[in-house]
Design a protein around this ligand. Structure first.
Ligand code: GLY
Length: 592
């Protein structure tokens, strides 16, 4: 196998990243075991890694959650490909080596900067509710919400996947290399196999009972009933065959014909929890181009994906409120954390009330990030204690607003990657199958999403409809926040993260770390987390963030230490490219 990685400029972001980088550039790195020196999971001394330096390069860069995926993207870029070419290669590989987080059975949002036209485009490849879905999809006979995993596991939660269509759409718009060539590395890797990573092995073990409910899934992840272990060789001929069909027939080969028929049969035939996805749902799926949502912050424009994602709006609201305060005292200052925490709570209150798929409910998108509205909301932060009460505000809007507060549950999973190519195009893409291993249904070598559980299980509260209720053809509200930060009309930072609704806090915190605290991208993605969504302040277990507990508790916050498994990947764009990979996951940044 030929690699294009020799001669890359690689500076290690940390001891772990140094080892990964060294592994990654060995010319015969494609042998099994090439990537065994992968960072362990959450319980590592993150503060020690805080001292790391970013990977630096002159021409192009890719940062993603798995070294195989980074290599696939790097190969495309080294071959003269665009950021859109590289994203196809990265996504195809992620679906193989990080199958629990994203894949062609899921959905994604892409923020893309096209250097030739100096334009920012956002593409919505979100999963869509089947036409047969009703607002009561996740309710029992009495109208009560189902238990979360009762809804997740099986066919009921599966939305029409959007990722294959998004890959193709991006390639048609901005690709330069042949489509089939971009799928080839993942096909080859699927056939020859890859070492199961420690993270994947740990997640399989932790989810064995649910994975074991479906024969195809069980046989793949637990052959003969034994969960795969780290370092086991895993091959996936079915996935290779699916990608080959897509290489020959494009995304159409996924949405129609035999593959589509198998998806439908798997969803509708799921034992105990069948779903309603149909062949028509698959055949009518379309990627939607949406206007980017941008918020001003410290003379930058922070841009991302608008509804159905709440990501850019909520990140934008947090930053827009904080714009009115000085945060320069840094991440360990309780007052700074009070401001960030309560700005987040106020933004989440608006998110719960107003944000959903704007094709189905009127969303006051402009009003929610209007500087005057946010300056007014920011006045609520003027005290010195945690807000006793947090309620949605009244953003300017020309429609009556009658929505009740939302009741959806989101758990961490998902993956984020960033790419800058040699001509300055930038891709920031967050991609998901929702819960770890999605619906647990596997077909043709890939897992099907459970994205529909991102809808509110309740459809109304006291007779008032909830904006993010299930409706046929609607896209569930997301927290994914793929972002590109612009200054003077040019991109200066691409960033995003997995993490369920904590994505919003991770991304806002990292942007603050970079712009207010002067951290480089590696420091910014490594900063010990303190995130607040609905009131409880989560501080990252085993890090210096825990030292905030006493002061924040004294201010009136409820504080709890817990693992906070972000997966931030970021590239800053200046005289050089600098890449950072979250030490909490298994990714690297690579550039030339
Ligand atoms: N399922 C994760 C998200 O869309 O926010």
């Amino acid at each position: 196998m030929r690699y294009f990685l020799s001669g890359l400029t690689l500076l290690a972001a940390s001891a772990v990243h140094a080892q990964q980088a060294a592994d990654a550039v060995q010319p015969e790195a494609a042998t099994q075991g090439a990537f065994q020196a992968i960072s362990p999971e959450v319980a590592t001394a993150l503060d020690a890694k805080f001292a790391g330096v970013p990977v630096e390069a002159q021409n192009w860069m890719v940062a993603a959650a798995n070294p195989w995926a980074v290599k696939a993207g790097a190969d495309a870029l080294a071959n003269g490909g665009s950021a859109a070419d590289a994203l196809v290669a990265v996504q195809a590989m992620l679906g193989l080596v990080e199958p629990q987080s994203s894949g062609i059975g899921g959905g994604a949002f892409l923020v893309y900067y096209d250097a030739a036209t100096a334009t920012l485009t956002t593409l919505d490849g979100r999963e869509t509710a089947p036409l047969a879905a009703t607002p009561r999809l996740f309710q029992d006979g009495d109208g009560e919400p189902l238990g979360f995993y009762d809804a997740v596991v099986g066919g009921l939660s599966v939305g029409t996947p959007g990722t294959p269509a998004l890959m193709e759409d991006a390639h048609v718009r901005w690709g330069k290399l042949p489509w089939a060539d971009l799928l080839a590395p993942a096909i080859e890797r699927a056939e020859s196999g890859f070492d199961v990573s420690p993270r994947l092995a740990g997640l399989i073990e932790g989810d064995a009972e649910r994975l074991g409910r479906f024969a195809t899934t069980s046989e793949y992840f637990m052959p003969g009933g034994t969960p795969l272990a780290a370092g086991d060789l895993l091959q996936n001929q079915a996935y290779a065959d699916t990608l080959r069909a897509m290489a020959d027939g494009g995304a159409r080969a996924f949405y129609t014909g035999d593959i589509a028929a198998d998806i439908v049969a798997t969803v509708q035939g799921a034992e105990g929890n069948p779903g309603v996805l149909s062949a028509v749902d698959l055949s009518i799926y379309r990627v939607k181009e949406r206007p980017p949502v941008c918020a001003t912050y410290r003379a930058h424009n922070v841009c991302g994906m608008g509804p159905p994602s709440s990501g850019a709006l909520t990140v934008g609201q947090i930053l827009g409120m904080l714009e009115n305060y000085d945060l320069s005292a840094g991440p360990n200052d309780p007052e700074v954390r009070r401001l960030i925490g309560d700005a987040s709570r106020l933004a989440f209150a608006d998110r719960g009330r107003y944000m959903a798929d704007s094709d189905f409910v009127p969303v006051p998108t402009d009003g929610l990030v209007a500087p005057a509205y946010l300056a007014e909301r920011a006045k609520l932060l003027g005290g010195d204690a945690a807000l006793a009460e947090v309620a949605p505000g009244s953003p300017e809007f020309d429609h009556a607003l009658i929505w009740a507060d939302d009741a959806s549950i989101e758990l961490p999973s998902t993956s984020h990657f960033v790419i800058v190519d040699a001509t300055g195009n930038v891709a920031s893409m967050t991609t998901t199958i929702e819960n770890g291993f999605g619906s647990r249904l596997m077909v043709r070598g890939f897992l099907l999403n459970n994205e529909l559980t991102d809808f509110s299980f309740r459809s109304q509260a006291d007779g008032v409809p909830i904006a993010n209720r299930v409706e046929p053809g609607k896209r569930p509200r997301s927290s994914m926040a793929p972002s590109i930060v612009m200054k003077d009309g040019a991109p200066v930072l691409a960033i995003g993260s997995p993490g369920g609704s904590r994505i919003i806090g991770y991304v806002a915190e990292s942007i603050i770390a970079h712009l207010d605290w002067g951290m480089d991208v590696q420091q910014a993605v490594s900063v010990p987390h303190a995130v607040n969504r609905f009131g409880k302040y989560d501080v990252e277990e085993g890090t210096s963030a825990e030292a905030l507990t006493e002061a924040l508790t004294g201010m009136g916050f409820e504080v709890g230490a817990r693992a906070l498994t972000s997966g931030l990947h970021a590239i800053s764009i200046g005289e050089t490219l600098k890449g950072g990979a979250d030490p909490r996951r298994e990714g690297i940044a690579l550039g030339q």
